[in-house]
Design a protein around this ligand. Structure first.
Ligand code: SF4
Length: 453
């Protein structure tokens, strides 16, 4: 009888090679929910804010307010598989099913809290829930759902809602001479009104020194993030889209402690630099295809990206609307309000001059052309949503122009950010397999045209 040795259990690696530096950033966001619940228990004011591209976040933080972001909370509901009862609650209170998934889930949450649970957090809420807000900060940027949804929330809570504005324009209108200075004046006026409103509501003055300090930290966070994502241009790409989505809130909302966030992003930059140096990929499989994701992810099915990683699909860039551009040089601007106005405005208008030079009316199309070229995309995974016309309407033009100008093909997969009932992973995987032949074909076409990928 021979001694038989049981084979050692091999630890199965995840298909996506997650960055270690992503986890502390995710924890910073979790801490915001805990802090806000604690503040509410102590009777301190709390805020629910919408993604506002920083113009409102920093004045709120400078006044010491605890903030949570319903858009971010919706992603947590979806990824933890707890969103459906809240979507159903929104539907039952008369809101349409084709409305924004973030709006639906947090309206459902508010309905459950205020109409069915005596103002207490619904027991099924993930992460301990969101504390009742004292103030709602809406935003007119990007879509109509954004400010209407917060108006609806303010009725559940009988809390005041303030809506910050941001000009949105196509390429040619948005590059008219003298427009920038006019827009900055408009935004400065808006922000001064908002700060005056906050001072009145809270009965205290703005801490201007703190605001200036936070703006500087915010600019450093954005500069660091920009450097990280530039490094993703190399092959193999060292950072996967799922790591971007998991770590983005401290840059996108300035969620969490901003000083800690800056340190965490600096650690992330170091880790990504190390990976580039050692040619470590973001997937534990050879990088066969470099894919860009547009636009909002299926938060309920992020594990689906592991299946694609097993096929050698590395997601090298994603979701332009969630990325901060490189901050402009604001060193000569002394007024903090003007600095903030210019920082926020830069998100909307940074790509307009390039779009104008290329004769493209829709700046989103220009953005994806630049991403496809810069990050050498083999294909784009387009994710149109019936519940988000703002992020979906331009995708047909993106598809059309990428194909025409760069011979980069696209995979069109309908779905939803929150409602997993409208996403079919099996069918999508089958279509992804077939799409590989298309990508192979267009690699040859691009080569024959002298393009370098
Ligand atoms: S842009 Fe889309 S996802 Fe964002 S709030 Fe508007 S409808 Fe919702």
């Amino acid at each position: 009888m021979s001694d038989s040795v049981a084979p050692a259990k091999t630890e199965q690696k995840r298909a996506i090679n997650r960055l270690k530096s992503m986890y502390p950033l995710r924890n910073l966001v979790a801490q915001d929910y805990i802090n806000t619940l604690q503040a509410s228990n102590e009777g301190k004011p709390t805020v629910w804010a919408m993604l506002n591209y920083w113009e409102g976040d920093l004045p709120l933080k400078a006044m010491g307010l605890n903030i949570v972001y319903p858009e971010n909370y919706s992603t947590l509901m979806a990824s933890s598989g707890t969103a459906e009862p809240f979507l159903d609650a929104s539907d039952s209170d008369g809101f349409p099913t084709h409305m924004c998934g973030y709006g639906r889930s947090t309206i459902g949450y508010s309905f459950r809290m205020m109409k069915q649970n005596d103002g207490k957090i619904p027991p099924e809420a993930p992460m301990g829930g969101m504390a009742k807000p004292t103030l709602l900060l809406g935003s007119g940027i990007i879509c109509d759902a954004r400010f209407k949804w917060f108006q609806a929330l303010s009725r559940y809570f009988d809390a005041p809602e303030w809506c910050l504005e941001m000009p949105m324009m196509g390429t040619f209108e948005g590059t008219e001479p003298d427009l920038e200075e006019y827009q900055v004046k408009f935004l400065v006026r808006e922000l001064r009104d908002f700060i005056a409103f906050l001072e009145k509501l809270l009965g205290k003055k703005m801490d201007w020194a703190k605001l200036e300090e936070l703006i500087e930290v915010g600019i450093k966070i954005h500069e660091t993030c920009w450097q990280i994502h530039e490094l993703r241009k190399v092959s193999p790409c060292p950072m996967h889209s799922t790591d971007f989505w998991s770590s983005m809130p401290p840059a996108l909302f300035f969620a969490g402690d901003m000083y800690e966030a800056l340190k965490c992003y600096q650690d992330m930059l170091t880790e990504v630099q190390e990976r580039v140096k050692n040619k470590v990929a973001a997937i534990n499989y050879p990088e066969k295809y470099r894919i860009v994701f547009a636009e909002l992810p299926p938060w309920h099915s992020l594990k689906f990206f592991d299946n694609l990683a097993e096929m050698g699909w590395n997601f090298v860039y994603e979701s332009y609307g969630y990325h901060n551009p490189r901050p402009p040089d604001l060193s000569k601007v002394s007024d903090p309000v003007e600095k903030l106005a210019r920082l926020s405005r830069n998100f909307v208008f940074n790509v307009h001059p390039y779009a104008k030079a290329d004769g493209i009316e829709n700046p989103i199309v220009e953005t994806y052309l630049r991403i496809a070229k810069g990050w050498k995309a083999d294909g784009l995974f387009l994710h149109p949503l019936i519940s988000c016309r703002a992020a979906s309407a331009g995708l047909r033009s993106v598809q059309d122009q990428l194909q025409k100008r760069l011979d980069v093909p696209t995979l069109w997969v309908e779905g939803d950010i929150i409602d997993k009932r409208v996403f079919n992973p099996q069918e999508t995987l089958a279509r992804a397999e077939a799409f590989e032949q298309t990508m192979e074909h267009y690699r040859k076409v691009r080569k024959s045209r002298g393009l370098d990928w």
